[in-house]
Write a protein that binds this ligand. Structure first.
Ligand code: THU
Length: 137
């Protein structure tokens, strides 16, 4: 679905919906992500774990790779949430690897909504969350 404008709260809600799809039998830690493209499309993702552990993919990268593999290259913002099976108890912050993937595709002012509940989230830019990011450009 394409939208002209999306409220932060709506994107955060989509991250919570995506979190329900997490496949996390090993850690029990479920994560959801929802990215809004500059053209107004939303791509969601969840973490997908694996018995061999290292093939595990984070929710943010699932969402990014879904979007990029559909031809998307321009992103506005991402909402993320996560927690143990019982649900998020605190704000969720993306891991360093996912921040690096964001730096590959996003501008310094890309917005990252780190949520604790669908109505309680913080907003930071990529530059704040990954200062002096490594890029080859
Ligand atoms: N995880 C994410 O999905 N995103 C992050 O940014 C950090 C960690 C997942 C990976 C693993 O399935 C679980 O959370 C526990 O590390």
């Amino acid at each position: 679905m394409r939208v002209r404008f999306m409220e932060n709260k709506e994107l955060v809600s989509q991250a919570f919906a995506a979190m329900k799809k997490a496949y996390a039998p090993y850690s029990g830690y479920k994560v959801g992500a929802a990215i809004l493209t500059k053209s107004g499309k939303v791509y969601t993702g969840c973490n997908i774990e694996n018995a061999a552990y290292s093939p595990t993919v984070c929710a943010e990268r699932t969402a990014f790779f879904k979007a990029v593999s559909e031809g998307e290259k321009e992103f506005e913002k991402i909402a993320v949430c996560g927690g143990k099976d019982g649900g998020p108890e605190d704000y969720f912050f993306p891991c360093g690897v996912c921040r690096q993937v964001m730096a590959e595709f996003c501008e310094a002012d890309f917005s990252i909504l780190t949520a604790k509940s669908p109505s309680d989230y913080k907003e930071n830019t990529l530059a704040q969350m990954l200062p002096d990011a490594f890029t080859i450009k």
